[in-house]
Ligand binder design. Structure first.
Ligand SMILES: Cc1cc2nc3c(=O)[nH]c(=O)nc-3n(C[C@H](O)[C@H](O)[C@H](O)COP(=O)(O)OP(=O)(O)OC[C@H]3O[C@@H](n4cnc5c(N)ncnc54)[C@H](O)[C@@H]3O)c2cc1C
Length: 465
């Protein structure tokens, strides 16, 4: 196949798509547009540079710009796509320098620039426009001093602000919120978190999983304001306080960590179908409703394999994998995106948390019946230095006892267990299987009793009772 593929977006999905398209058909012209100054960096590392666990932003750059030139991928940096015209088969683009388009609120920028600039024709397209943080929609939203963590260049500028700042307010304990709360507290700022829900990450994690995390934040000096609405950002030009339902909190800066929502104004304007989450509807090959248009990453929705509910705004690893499928198929290849079971994990406070699919709180909210196995185990032999506790909760289908969800909190080894349990859900492993699983015992890396197995044994014992 010859011709030109245009990729809108230079994040994990867009770069995954461009690389896969070129690998599938080296003769294709692959043109990527991004409004940012860079493409190949890891936004995921930004909180850890702010927290001083990583010593420099330079470490987050994965490739130099010449790498993509060598691959034959043409990336147009600092270039905003201002419209997609599927009938005329072109996009319009406008170039700007010095991060002029990057205000943290992309849809507002696109709206102002809609249809402006030069037309660039394409034969096929991949939409990978990613996410925006949900607009808090309260007075003071245009003040200076509101930090939307995303672009590495802005993060470098904000890092200098953090050098001078004394008090920071994090709005919402979302996954990014958890990382930023921990980072700011590490950095020595007086850190507040304000969230309308009753505990951190309440839309995904169970309260008993989050309790040790919140305790550790308390020990780090974080001030937590749960069940508290943010009502306004207060200031004159620059934010100086956050007005909440519980009173006013002074703030040198506010980190807005609201829900990730799909950045889909362009797609909607072009008539590409979006679903109930606002994410672009795609099939298993990441094809959209429109001929010759594929999509991937945080701008799409995909069904959860067990509940069939559409999910949007998953992770960077989902975005990259979806982009690769979209790019391969756009270039004439044939690839399917695997169903999602959503293993997840992260560090929050002094703990690691993680899981797969959903926990008890979500299952109850969705009316999904389950039987539970819960246990506390340890990560290494009891006598080995730095042994850490691990709490495991397993949710299984009542009839078949197949694993359908899990959540964990512990000091180490959470990621590996989440990945393993993700595979267990995918392949239909039962509570009984897990109760009798073989496991590694070696004092520095694993205890005699594997915590997952202990949780399954507790669940089986409960069932027998
Ligand atoms: C601070 C931070 C921490 C994170 N931590 C993790 C983590 O620990 N683990 C994990 O798996 N993931 C993490 N992520 C990844 C993240 O949550 C997303 O899932 C991932 O960035 C989605 O990739 P994407 O390519 O779909 O979208 P995005 O990363 O949002 O990229 C979108 C791209 O589209 C471009 N774009 C959008 N509109 C236009 C337009 N009109 N014109 C031109 N260009 C446009 C943007 O410039 C950008 O290049 C983190 C992200 C951030 C910001």
């Amino acid at each position: 196949m010859s011709g030109r593929i245009v990729v809108v977006g230079g994040g994990a999905a867009g770069i995954g798509a461009a690389g896969a398209a070129k690998a599938t058909d080296p003769d294709l012209e692959v043109l990527v547009f991004t409004e940012y100054e860079d493409a190949a960096y890891s936004p995921c590392g930004i909180p850890y540079v702010h927290g001083r666990e990583i010593d420099s932003f330079e470490r987050l750059f994965l490739q130099g710009k010449e790498h993509y030139e060598e691959m034959g991928i043409d990336i147009r940096y600092e270039t905003l796509v201002t419209s997609i015209d599927l009938r005329a088969r072109h996009v319009t683009v406008e170039a700007a320098a010095d991060g002029a388009f990057d205000t943290g609120r992309r849809e507002q920028v696109v709206e102002r620039h809609l249809g402006r600039g030069e037309p660039v024709p394409f034969d096929r397209m991949v939409v990978a426009t990613g996410f925006d943080y949900q607009d808090p929609g309260i007075p003071g939203g245009n003040l200076e001093g509101l930090y939307f963590v995303k672009n590495i260049r802005r993060a470098m500028e904000w890092d200098r602000v953090l050098d001078e700042a004394k008090v920071a307010v994090v709005v919402e304990a979302s996954p990014l919120g958890l990382e930023m709360i921990t980072a700011l507290a590490h950095r020595g700022l007086e850190t507040h978190v304000v969230d309308p829900r009753p505990w951190a990450l309440a839309e995904a994690a169970d309260p008993d999983i989050m309790e040790p995390v919140q305790d550790s934040w308390g020990e780090m000096g974080v001030k937590m304001h749960w069940n508290t609405e943010v009502e306004a950002f207060v200031g004159d030009g620059r934010v100086r306080a956050v007005r909440t339902s519980e009173g006013e909190l002074p703030a040198d800066l506010v980190v807005v960590c609201t829900h990730k929502r799909p950045n889909n104004l362009l797609a909607q304007q072009a008539g590409i179908k979006v679903g109930s989450t606002g994410g672009i509807v795609v099939d298993e090959g990441m094809a959209t409703s429109e001929d010759g248009v594929w999509a991937g990453g945080d701008c799409v929705e995909v069904p959860h394999t067990l509940t069939r509910l559409p999910l949007q705004g998953l992770t960077g690893s989902h975005a990259y994998a979806q982009g690769k499928v979209a790019g391969t198929n756009a270039a004439g290849g044939s690839r399917e995106y695997q169903p999602v079971y959503v293993p997840w994990g992260m560090v929050a406070g002094t703990w690691m948390i993680g899981g797969v699919s959903f926990g008890a709180t979500t299952a109850e909210a969705l009316g999904i019946p389950y039987v539970l196995g819960v246990a506390e185990g340890i990560s290494r032999a009891r006598y080995y230095p730095d042994m850490k506790k691990i709490r495991v909760k397993l949710l299984c289908e009542p009839d078949t006892l197949r694993l359908i969800g899990a959540q964990m909190v512990g000091g180490e080894g959470i990621k590996e267990r989440a990945d393993f349990l993700g595979m267990c859900v995918r392949t239909g492993v039962t509570m009984e299987d897990l109760a009798t699983m073989e496991s590694v015992y070696s004092p520095p890396i694993g205890a005699l009793n594997e915590p997952i197995s202990l949780a399954a044994q507790q669940g089986m014992a409960e069932l027998r009772r």
